[in-house]
Write a protein that binds this ligand. Structure first.
Ligand code: BTX
Length: 325
């Protein structure tokens, strides 16, 4: 796999130009026959290559799959995603990320999988994560911020994901406080922020992102048919998941650096520009019951402010939001 990654790296550097068999064999330090074998291996993995006699090879299409290699190729961040833990199938990337974080994983480490057998949402709900269609990723952060500010990172993640989707596709997603990204009112992305902390010290923040990318409508189970959607469904064409991951990491890094140096204010402004629920009547369902009111904004901690009929301003720390009007 070391050679594989070198070969892909060479193609990436060639930027779509042909690479001669001779050049490749020198670069990898192996025979022309071995090069040919590696090329055949790539084809078996779903790469499409153009081979022209005496000119060389060129990758024309990458397979619809992701791995550390695909994510690494073309990643321009300085620390986000620089350590990649990839597994073809996992129970939950959150679970693995928690373990890695306890073992001291560096900030920016990501856990990515092609499939989760028990992907989780908030409040022990299930996140549907079928094979080869979505982005199921957890990101480990180690910010030195008080516990009370960690919800801000969920909002930061939402902004980063929306910006990345806008960069890679034609879609203009909306954010619904605190953690949903919607297109045409249907859920495209879910974000789950979990912590490792003691007293008031945050050891790590683990941000799980579930993004429906290349699902067809009939990919979704019946209970999600009316509420879930994917990039492919909404944009009418499939998206390159590895490219989307790279963009998310890049946007995230920029916003995170901004957040660490300037605080939540600039993030809050960006978040508000994408939010759909603001100035609308919403029903907030919390563990203690539901509350109806006008969503008038978020405060400096990222908490939702709800103005009830009696004119009181209630702070909502955690809830499911239904937008009424
Ligand atoms: P949530 O609790 O806000 O949303 C969960 C609810 O969303 C479910 O009860 C269901 O109604 C609906 N749902 C389930 N799967 C999907 C889906 N694929 N698309 C749209 N709607 C769905 C949101 O929780 C947070 C989800 C985070 C998922 C990521 S994936 C990587 C990481 N690992 C992991 O186990 N979780 C996170």
């Amino acid at each position: 796999t070391g050679l594989r990654s070198k070969l892909l790296d060479a193609f990436s550097k060639a930027e779509g130009e042909y690479l001669s068999g001779q050049k490749i064999s020198e670069y990898l330090g192996c025979s022309r026959t071995a090069v040919w074998k590696h090329i055949e291996e790539l084809r078996k993995e779903g790469y499409e290559l153009d081979a022209v006699r005496r000119i060389g090879y060129r990758i024309t299409k990458k397979p619809d799959k992701i791995s550390s290699n695909e994510i690494q190729l073309g990643l321009t961040t300085s620390f986000m995603g620089r350590h990649i833990h990839f597994e073809e199938e996992v129970t939950s990337t959150q679970k693995i990320a928690h373990n890695l974080a306890s073992e001291g994983a560096e900030e920016g480490t990501i856990v990515v999988s092609e499939q989760q057998s028990s992907g989780r949402g908030r409040l022990s709900r299930v996140w549907y994560s079928p094979k080869h269609t979505g982005i199921w990723m957890s990101l480990i952060l180690r910010p030195q911020i008080p516990l009370s500010q960690t919800p801000q990172l969920t909002l930061l993640a939402a902004v980063a994901i929306v910006q990345a989707i806008e960069e890679v596709t034609t879609l203009k997603p909306d954010i619904k406080w605190p953690n949903d990204i919607l297109v045409n009112g249907k859920k495209l992305v879910g974000i789950l922020t979990e912590l490792q902390a003691e007293a008031d010290r945050v050891h790590s923040v683990i941000i799980g992102m579930g993004i429906n990318v290349n699902h067809d409508q009939d990919h979704f189970p019946t209970d999600l048919q009316d509420i879930a959607t994917s990039i492919a469904i909404e944009a009418g064409e499939k998206a390159d998941r590895a490219e989307l991951i790279q963009q998310i990491l890049l946007k995230f890094e920029v916003l995170y650096n901004l957040y660490l140096s300037k605080g939540f204010k600039p993030i809050k402004l960006l978040w508000e520009s994408y939010a759909i629920s603001l100035n609308k009547t919403v029903v907030a369902r919390t563990l203690h019951g539901s509350l109806t009111g006008k969503a008038i904004g978020i405060n400096e901690d990222g908490v939702l402010l709800l103005e009830t009929e009696s004119g009181n301003i209630e702070k909502i720390y955690s809830a499911d939001i239904e937008v009424k009007s």
